[in-house]
Each structure stands twice: as structure tokens, then as C-alpha cells.
Design a protein around this ligand. Structure first.
Ligand code: NDP
Length: 284
């Protein structure tokens, strides 16, 4: 019927903790910029309640949802289909409800890589990856899409078993990967063309595990921690005259990709960025 508004659609994010999430503000700004009759809310879902929460989302016919800590791997069991990105990462951060079929995707992969592609980063280098958790898994999947002869990924993590397991996953995806002790990161960082922080260090303003003396001038330093927007690692990188890549850029891009999966429309990235930076302030 002409002039009639499309039925309201509900989207959400599930995780625990969830109150820190910036996705509701960013996605609601995007829906409203495009005049879509959609709402995005957050639900705190403790790990033992995941299955019944997914059942409830089916019952209310939610249009789609994001998944964050600690459910990105566990949620896969309760979905009907996985796309290639979810299979590659072994984790899901976005779910689309396609006529009752819950299909899982991983937009962290594209979210991570886009800011580097935009900067025309040359992947033929040593990459030092700090961390071997859920985000690091998506990063390994992303790097495997860019692998070139001469590229090497060194994974430094406190828990060595996790580092070794992730190096194995990377090897299976065709990457040349090795695992090292977290304390040895500064032995590799001076030769790395890209340093990525995928640990949660920085969230509480902890000091960087790598100082400016151990960062190569002209290299790239990417901190996926987005709060604060300029972490101590990025301050150290600035001092070392490295190129900075901010965690909010990944947050923005993974959210934009999720929006596009749900709506089939180009995401209004400028509006979404403005919403995020309105909270953070433009980095200097
Ligand atoms: P996980 O809990 O899966 O992994 C946490 C990682 O941090 C592990 O490798 C852990 O090491 C390491 N770690 C935690 N504390 C320390 C410490 N004190 N010293 C050394 N290593 C430490 O979390 P995620 O991988 O999902 O997320 C990691 C970070 O990335 C979070 O801060 C999250 O907010 C951010 N993130 C940002 C995104 C973005 O869009 N910008 C997207 C996803 C995540 P160990 O295994 O030894 O415990």
C-alpha cells in the first residue's frame, strides 16, 4: 500500500558484559539516517542462558543480531546455517534471520582488514599478533586472505597452548605462523611491519606491553581495543613514528558489514562513524 510504513523490525546484540557496547548507538543512528523502521537493543545473556536466549529470539522473530564475548563460538551450535566467513573464523558475530533460518556470519574478518586495505598496507612482512582469543582468530582468517610470499605471522600469547593452537589454524589456512611467549614479543616487534594488539590490554588504560624503542619507524601499529581511542600502545607507536590504525575503525567496519547483510543497503558509514566519534572524540 502506498505510503504505508514497513513493519517494525527488531535487531539486537547479545553478550556478557554488554553495557559497554557501542553497537546500539551506531546501528540505531544508521537505521534512522535511512528512515528504516528498525530498532537495535542490547541483551545481557550469561553463558548458561545462551540456548534459551536464542530460542527466545526465534520466538519474537528477531530480524538479526550481533554476538559478542563470550558467545561467538558457542552460538554456532544453535544456528541453522553458517556462511563461509563464519566457517573460516570458527566464530560468529552476526546473525541474519532469513525467513526463519538463522544464518551466521563473521564480519570481524572484513572489519579488521578494511582499514589496512584502505591504507594500501603491504602484507609481505612480519606480522606480530598479540593475543590468541576470539578476535585473534578472526584476524588470522583475515590475514590468510591477504597472504603473500614472504609474509610471516608471529603469535605472542600468555597461554601458550592457545597460541600454538591458533598458529596451527593459521598454518591450515596457508599462513606461515609461529607461536612465542608473550614476554618475547619485544624480540620480534622491532622487525615487524605490522603489530596488532588483539589482547584486552589497554581497556583499563594498562601500559603497553611494547614501548616505542621496540617499534620500527614507518611500521603499522593496529590496536583493536577501541576504548580509549588512543591506547598507550598507539601513543608508543606515535612516538616511534609508526602509522596508527585505530580499534574504532574495525568496530565501525564490522558494524557496517552487519548492517549491509541485514538490510541489503549500503551502510551510512559517515553517520555511524560520527556516532562513534561523538562518544570518543576525533583522535589527534
Ligand atoms: P578473548 O577473551 O577471547 O581474548 C582475550 C585475549 O587477551 C587473550 O589472548 C588473553 O590471553 C589476552 N589477555 C588478556 N589480559 C591479558 C594480559 N593482562 N596480558 C596478556 N594478555 C592478556 O577476547 P577477544 O579476543 O574477543 O577480544 C580481545 C579484545 O579485542 C577486547 O578488548 C575487545 O574489546 C577487542 N575487540 C575489538 C573489536 C573491534 O571491533 N575493534 C572486535 C572484537 C574484539 P590468554 O589467552 O593468555 O588469557
Amino acid at each position: 500500500m502506498v505510503g504505508e510504513r514497513a513493519p517494525a523490525k527488531t535487531y539486537c546484540i547479545i553478550g556478557d558484559p554488554i553495557s559497554h557496547s557501542l553497537s546500539p548507538g551506531m546501528q540505531n543512528a544508521a537505521f534512522s539516517a535511512l528512515g528504516l523502521n528498525c530498532t537495535y537493543i542490547s541483551f545481557r545473556v550469561p553463558a548458561p542462558e545462551l540456548k534459551e536466549s536464542i530460542d527466545s529470539l526465534r520466538a519474537i522473530n528477531v530480524a538479526g543480531f550481533n554476538v559478542t564475548i563470550p558467545h561467538k563460538v558457542a552460538v554456532m551450535e544453535y544456528l541453522d546455517e553458517l556462511d563461509a566467513t563464519a566457517k573460516k573464523a570458527g566464530a560468529v558475530n552476526t546473525v541474519n534471520n532469513i525467513e526463519g533460518i538463522f544464518k551466521g556470519y563473521n564480519t570481524d574478518i572484513a572489519g579488521f582488514i578494511e582499514p589496512l586495505r584502505r591504507r594500501k598496507f603491504d602484507f609481505c612482512t612480519t606480522v606480530l599478533l598479540l593475543g590468541a582469543g576470539g578476535a585473534a582468530r578472526a584476524i588470522i582468517a583475515a590475514l590468510s586472505e591477504e597472504k603473500t610470499t614472504g609474509s610471516r605471522v608471529v603469535i605472542a600469547n600468555r597461554d601458550q597452548a592457545k597460541a600454538k593452537e591458533l598458529a596451527k589454524v593459521g598454518g591450515n589456512l596457508g599462513l606461515q605462523c609461529e607461536a612465542i611467549a608473550f614476554e618475547d614479543a619485544t624480540k620480534v616487534s622491532p622487525e615487524a611491519g605490522l603489530i596488532v594488539n588483539a589482547t584486552s590490554i589497554g581497556l583499563d588504560n594498562e601500559p603497553s606491553p611494547i614501548d616505542s624503542d621496540h617499534i620500527k619507524k614507518g611500521s603499522f601499529v593496529y590496536d583493536i581495543v577501541y576504548r580509549p581511542v588512543v591506547t598507550d600502545l598507539l601513543e608508543q607507536a606515535k612516538f616511534a613514528q609508526a602509522h596508527l590504525v585505530y580499534g574504532y575503525e574495525m568496530l565501525l567496519e564490522q558494524g557496517a558489514k552487519a548492517f549491509e547483510i541485514w538490510t541489503g543497503l549500503p551502510a551510512p558509514r559517515d553517520v555511524m562513524k560520527k556516532n562513534l566519534l561523538g562518544i570518543f572524540g576525533e583522535p589527534t
